[in-house]
Design a protein around this ligand. Sequence first.
Ligand SMILES: Nc1ncnc2c1ncn2[C@@H]1O[C@H](COP(=O)(O)OP(=O)(O)OP(=O)(O)O)[C@@H](O)[C@H]1O
Ligand SMILES: [Mg+2]
Length: 393
Amino acid sequence: MSDAFIVSNGCGGEATAQVALVLEQHGRRSRAVETVAALAADPVFLGARRRAVILLAREASAETEAELVAFIEGPGRGTATIYVADSLAAATYKRLLRGGGEWLTREALRRELPEALRRIESGFAEEDAPAGAVITAFLPAKGGVGNTMLAAECGFAAAHRSAKAGGRVAVIDLNVQSAALADRLDLEARLDFSEILGRPERLDARLAEIFAAHHDSGLDVYASASRALVFEEVNGRALFALIDRLSQLYAAVHVDLPALRFSWTETLLAGADAVVATGTSDVPALRRLTEDAAMLDRLGVDRKRTVFVVNRCDTTLLGGVARRAEIERALPGREILMIRRDEALATEAADLGRPILEFAPKKPLGRDVRALADRLATTAPAATPPGVRADAA
Ligand SMILES: Nc1ncnc2c1ncn2[C@@H]1O[C@H](COP(=O)(O)OP(=O)(O)OP(=O)(O)O)[C@@H](O)[C@H]1O
Ligand SMILES: [Mg+2]
């Protein structure tokens, strides 16, 4: 099923609410924006894989039709667009159909919208039948919470599991100046962002192979080889091209996000199949986790596909987690996993360049990490395979 967006175009709240109601009656959630320009900049829209847009025309005029054409042939490419207006020029109608869209009159809207959406969605099913990789984003609430360690461990576990099923797993380290993830697995970072920044379409399977660092477990790590790379140079277009490419080559792609947020961060999160939001149990980190929970809701990320991980938890004398009540209060109604602190073991793993799950899976920290990896294994591919990520800025 696609994500539905309503562009109200000055038609007023009532018209918009009516469309939203029809959608809701058919079990569809929708998101309304005022203009096509606002839609084209909306991170939820940019991150959505299959998108249906219901574009209301305030009046049937050449100007609104020009806007429609600019949309379906520009930012709305690959989007199922339903144009609602009382009349439409034949030439515009043809272009709308060519782009996979539909036209409805206002009068027919209520009656025919569900059927039009169904038609559009059956078209999607034919187009992108081969499912892409499951994309899991690891989002740190702040620096140093263990995001990279968890992404590396979960990548290792997923590679192990996938190898049996014949699939491959990749981790992309987006901390482009540190290559910490490659270090954690004692690998040499090989990704050269500068090769793809200007022309992401260059990134074919061969180039991807050159950029991958192979771990014994079968995990492929994509980490920037150059510490001189300036972060602002990593643009959304290149990044989504990389992720799209890798999602065709792998069964699962994990993304280790940096603590700093960028213009593309929300788009990436909105398009991910699963989000692991990581933090620690101190007050500032919990506050950030609460904020991130609100952000993920705003982006429409399904709560069932989001896990909050509170790492480096202290244990009480009885073996329980210290500050459990504070943690649960900060994240009401959320799925939370708590992971114990074990400085000695974490340091040993970093020094050895080996995953904890490989050499100390039975230690308490190893067991906690395993619980997270097992939880992620239950994230099936979203019902909507990847399609339209690469055009985000
Ligand atoms: N449960 C834990 N107990 C003790 N130490 C831990 C634990 N988890 C991670 N660490 C340690 O915390 C440090 C930071 O971990 P890591 O680099 O994974 O964090 P990060 O969130 O990716 O940080 P950065 O903001 O630098 O990217 C590392 O030295 C790591 O070994
Ligand atoms: Mg990190």
